[in-house]
Design a protein around this ligand. Structure first.
Ligand SMILES: CC(C)(COP(=O)(O)OP(=O)(O)OC[C@H]1O[C@@H](n2cnc3c(N)ncnc32)[C@H](O)[C@@H]1OP(=O)(O)O)[C@@H](O)C(=O)NCCC(=O)NCCS
Length: 223
C-alpha cells in the first residue's frame, strides 16, 4: 500500500501508543515496566497500561505544540481506513530560562502503577546530562530535537523511518535550525543515513548504549 506522511491528530493517540509499545518492547520497555510491578496493574494488562500511557503522553505533547507526524498506509480501495504505521514527535527550539532548562518531561503525565518511575526519571536525567555534555549549557534549545521516533515492527525496513526523518530535517532547515537527538542502537543506522553525526555516547537502564547525534543544516540554508 502507498505511504503518506501527515501531521498527527488527537485521534492518532491510540495507534501511536500501540506502535511505541511494540517498537520498544525488547529494549526500553523491559526496564520501564519491570516484571515485579506487573501485579500492580489496574487494568490487569501491563501492555495495555503502557499503550495508554504512551498515547496520553503523545497527545499531551501534541497539544503543547510539539510537531508530530504520522506515516499511514493508504488503502487502495476507498472502503478501508488508513493505518498508522509510524510516527515522529519533535520539540521546537525554545528560549532557555532557569525553569525550562531541565524540562521535567518524566513527571508531566499520570503514570500507571506498573511504570518504574525512578527508572524513568533516571533516563531523563541521563539524557539531560548527555545533551549538555554534547551541546553545552543551552542544550538543544536552539535546535529541532527529536523526542521520539517509532515504526510498527511489522513495517520495518519499508523506508517509513527515513520518510519521517527527512520530513523533520527539511522543516528544521526551512526554520534555519540544526537538529539533535539521542539514538537507540537500532535508530543509529537510520540517522546516519539521513546525515546525522555521532557526537557522544551514554548508557541507560544499566547497559543500553545510546548515542547523541547532530544534524547540521546545509550551508545554503544558513541564516
Ligand atoms: C529505528 C526505526 C525507527 C527504523 O525504522 P524503519 O522504518 O524500519 O527504517 P527505514 O526502513 O526507513 O530504514 C532506512 C535506513 O536506515 C537504516 N536502518 C534502519 N533500521 C536499521 C537497523 N535496525 N539497523 C541498522 N540500520 C538500520 C538502513 O540504512 C535503512 O536503509 P535500508 O533498509 O535501505 O538498509 C525502527 O527500527 C524502530 O522503530 N525501532 C524501535 C524504536 C527505536 O529504536 N526508535 C529510535 C529511537 S531514537
Amino acid at each position: 500500500m502507498p505511504l503518506k506522511i501527515r501531521p498527527a491528530t488527537d485521534a492518532d493517540g491510540p495507534p501511536i501508543g500501540f506502535i511505541g509499545r511494540e517498537a520498544f518492547r525488547d529494549s526500553l520497555s523491559k526496564s520501564l515496566f519491570p516484571p515485579h510491578l506487573h501485579a500492580k496493574s489496574k487494568t490487569g494488562d501491563v501492555r495495555l497500561d503502557e499503550a495508554q500511557w504512551r498515547a496520553t503522553r503523545a497527545v499531551r505533547r501534541m497539544n503543547e505544540g510539539k510537531p508530530t507526524f504520522v506515516v499511514v498506509d493508504v488503502p487502495q480501495d476507498k472502503t478501508s481506513a488508513e493505518v498508522v504505521v509510524g510516527f515522529a514527535q519533535w520539540e521546537l527550539p525554545f528560549q532557555p530560562t532557569s525553569s525550562n532548562r531541565v524540562v521535567n518531561e518524566a513527571a508531566k503525565d499520570p503514570v500507571p502503577a506498573t511504570l518504574d518511575t525512578e527508572c524513568f526519571q533516571e533516563m531523563y536525567d541521563i539524557m539531560d546530562i548527555e545533551t549538555n555534555k554534547a551541546l553545552g549549557p543551552d542544550g538543544h534549545s536552539k535546535m529541532w530535537y527529536l523526542m521520539l521516533l517509532a515504526v510498527d515492527p511489522n513495517h520495518h525496513r519499508r523506508g517509513i523511518g527515513k520518510l519521517l526523518m527527512q520530513h523533520g530535517i527539511c522543516l528544521a532547515a526551512q526554520d534555519g535550525k540544526d537538529a539533535f537527538l539521542i539514538a537507540t542502537p537500532e535508530g543509529r543506522g537510520l540517522y546516519k543515513s539521513v546525515g546525522f553525526s555521532q557526537i557522544g555516547e551514554a548508557f541507560m537502564m544499566g547497559d543500553l548504549p545510546h548515542y547523541s547525534m547532530l544534524w547540521r543544516r546545509p550551508a545554503s540554508t544558513l541564516v
